[in-house]
Write a protein that binds this ligand. Structure first.
Ligand code: NAD
Length: 472
């Protein structure tokens, strides 16, 4: 159970302090202090233990901001990042080691030379987080940045203010203050941060804000990782285990009350299967919520009134039929896990990213039609899920792209903290997690070394040229 904790009122960082914070991060990188493996290991260990020490405050903050149960908060936020720290600590030396290059990278003609790839930290990085997993999505990139040897400034979401304040205190009291800082605030503070020069910007959030970030970063040719959202499809064919598909897809919409970038926006299902699928969905609902979803101590709430009304509006405006759930309660910011049967891709339920516990069911005649609809709604979603035969699942993978994909389940490809995760096209650029987190903040610098004794072997390059000696 979350202990009784009082939170300081949310306080944005003073705008005029932001240039100094950014400059300190750049300065700390320039004196090379973050490059040693000792420094990186120490910070990772400190972060691990900070998450332990601050667990009660973090659990209480997650409960306050998102009504997240302790079970979910530990599994998907606190323990998630602790596991990230352990993974990075275990593999850091191997990841950071120079890679010697030989055949097939180096042709035999140059085998007398030495080639290697040095792993160098990119520099001072900015990490901007969203509200839905305020701990995980801010700190998991930080683990990568520390592992790679970067300095970092973090900007948590202002929509989860209790988490933002606890994170700021935890990081500032625990980690190396001169190299890692937290700026709290909303648009003005993010804009002030974006006016600074960074060596990389790691942004998780909406495509709309991602576009603003990418445009601004382009002015200074700053590389950006964008972890964005999308309209994710689920495919269900006649060969699927329908009961399991229903249960697993409902699970996908109950974690964090569906406020998960990866969860399905809509289900494309063979027409004849629709009534049985709806029955199974409602059965699964009853198993998970025997006393109704609102009474469940496990289900989170919508983050704020604005997002509550956004979701309610989608339900109010749909021309479809609610076939599971449908309940809403403004005072409690509660939206019931809800499925809506729709018959047009123009329906608001098909057009907007749901980012909540609601999704649509769209009946189709064939897998051809399903693929056609999905590629029309969103050509490059963050994820997709396919419930069918092996051959059908393979066909879905072949004929539609996505950031990642899960077969016969809801978003499990992103439930393991060590496998690479990222979007494609307009659902994101770049990937992280596991080794990818280290790589994400690393410059792969190729170094060659020419032996002084080899002059004769490579003399052909000097003018005057001799065509007779040119061998390709
Ligand atoms: P958001 O884009 O509104 O906010 C993200 C961050 O950007 C916040 O820190 C916020 O303060 C800042 N921000 C907001 N407006 C800004 C502006 N105009 N200029 C500069 N900065 C601004 O996203 P959100 O509502 O916190 O999160 C929901 C979105 O994030 C959904 O679209 C979801 O799919 C996506 N998301 C993606 C992933 C992923 O890993 N791909 C994970 C979680 C959420």
């Amino acid at each position: 159970m979350a202990t009784e904790v009082t939170f300081p009122e949310f306080q944005a960082t003073a705008l005029d302090a932001i240039p100094g914070i950014a400059s300190a991060a750049r300065g700390a990188f320039r004196i090379h202090k973050t490059k040693s493996l000792e420094w990186r290991r120490l910070q990772l260990r400190k972060l691990y233990w900070a998450l332990d020490d601050y667990q009660p405050q973090l659990l209480a903050a997650l409960m306050k901001d998102l009504h997240k149960s302790d079970f979910e908060s530990l599994l998907t936020e606190i323990d998630w990042v602790k596991k990230d720290c352990l993974f990075m600590l275990e593999h850091l030396e191997k990841f950071a080691k120079d890679e010697k290059l030989g055949s097939p990278h180096v042709p035999t003609t140059y085998s007398f030379m030495k080639f290697r790839v040095r792993k160098e930290p990119l520099g001072a990085v900015l990490i901007i987080g969203p509200y839905n997993f305020p701990v995980q999505l801010l700190l998991a990139p930080l683990v990568g940045a520390i592992g790679a040897g970067c300095t970092a400034v973090l900007k948590p979401s202002e929509l989860t203010p209790a988490c933002a304040m606890v994170l700021k205190e935890m990081i500032e009291k625990t980690l190396d203050k001169s190299a890692i800082a937290v700026v709290n605030g909303a648009i003005p503070e993010t804009n002030a941060l974006m006016n600074e020069k960074w060596d990389k910007i790691f942004f998780t959030g909406s495509a709309a804000v991602g576009t603003i970030i990418a445009k601004k970063a382009a002015e200074t040719l700053t590389p950006v990782v964008l972890e964005l959202g999308g309209k994710n499809p689920a495919f269900i064919t006649k060969n699927a285990n329908l009961a399991l598909a229903a249960k697993r897809l409902l699970w996908g919409k109950t974690v964090n009350s569906g406020q998960v970038c990866l969860s399905q926006n809509y289900v494309l299902i063979n027409k004849e299967l629709v009534p049985t699928f709806i029955t199974f969905l409602n059965q699964a609902y009853k198993e998970m919520f025997p006393n109704g979803a609102q009474a469940s101590p496990d289900l989170g709430r919508i983050v704020n009134e604005r997002h509550f009304h956004r979701l309610k509006k989608m339900l109010d405006n749909t021309r479809g039929k609610i076939v599971m759930g449908g309940g809403v309660n403004e005072a409690d910011k509660f939206i019931e896990p809800t499925a809506v049967l729709v018959d047009s891709i123009d329906d608001p339920m098909m057009q907007e990213e749901s980012f909540g516990p609601i999704f649509s069911i769209y009946p189709v005649n064939s897998l051809d039609e399903a693929l056609n609809v999905a590629n029309t709604v969103h050509r490059t979603p963050l994820s997709l899920f396919s419930f069918g035969s092996k051959a059908e699942n393979q066909r879905v993978l072949n004929e539609m792209t996505s950031g990642g994909a899960t077969l016969n389940d809801a978003y499990f490809h992103a439930s393991v903290n060590t496998v690479p995760f990222g979007g494609v096209g307009d659902s994101g650029w770049g990937a992280y997690r596991g080794k990818a987190s280290f790589d994400c903040f690393t410059h792969f610098r190729t170094i060659s070394e020419t032996p002084t004794w080899s002059e004769k072997l490579i003399a052909v390059r000097y003018m005057p040229f001799d065509m007779g000696k040119l061998k390709i």
